[in-house]
Ligand binder design. Sequence first.
Ligand code: HEM
Length: 185
Amino acid sequence: MMEKQRYWRNADNQWGLVSRLLHWVMAIFIIGMLAGGLYMAELPNSPFKFELYGIHKAIGIFILLFLIFRLVWRISQTIPTLLRLPQPQQFLAKISAPLMYLVLFIMPLSGIAMSQAGGHPISVFGWVTLPEMIGKNPELGKIAATIHQTTAWILIALIIMHILAAFYHQFCRKDYLLTRMWKKI
Ligand code: HEM
């Protein structure tokens, strides 16, 4: 029983199975949303484009729900200790998680605001339609669209830095940071 619990949950030097699964599954979906979002926004208007918008919005809502769960899980768990680094890397490592969460929350929330202020309903694969929290407001819609687009590029930059930092740890400092996010060490 104890063993099982330890495996699911984080420990002082180890991410538990739930955290590792959330990290990798969400990484795939978020990178897919960035690539898919940039692709669909460039398409000329067509039924195909609007079908992609529908899929993008529905997956975005799922990402938001998983993000809330992930944050609650993180707060309720031990966080594996940060590996010792010289300044300013130590500072960057400390702020990277809160910054990543902030940017990740802005993406779906600005997407919801953009759609609803633009007067477009948000249906999750036809199963449920989100209640209207924001009435039609083209001005607000434009602001939300600018936030969504700009934050997408900030997120892309953060993801690139995140990957470079992980490789720096794994291959230059050889401190197994990437390994501990992948499997039990
Ligand atoms: C983590 C979640 C999300 C990511 C990473 C993401 C990413 C993106 C990206 C990269 C674009 C292209 C921006 C551009 O260059 O114009 C885009 C466009 C768009 N997104 Fe998202 N998005 C997310 C969630 C959502 C959600 C939840 C909604 C609505 C419910 C949404 C609605 C839209 C719409 C309508 C567009 C098209 C904007 C246009 O044509 O100008 N997104 N998204």
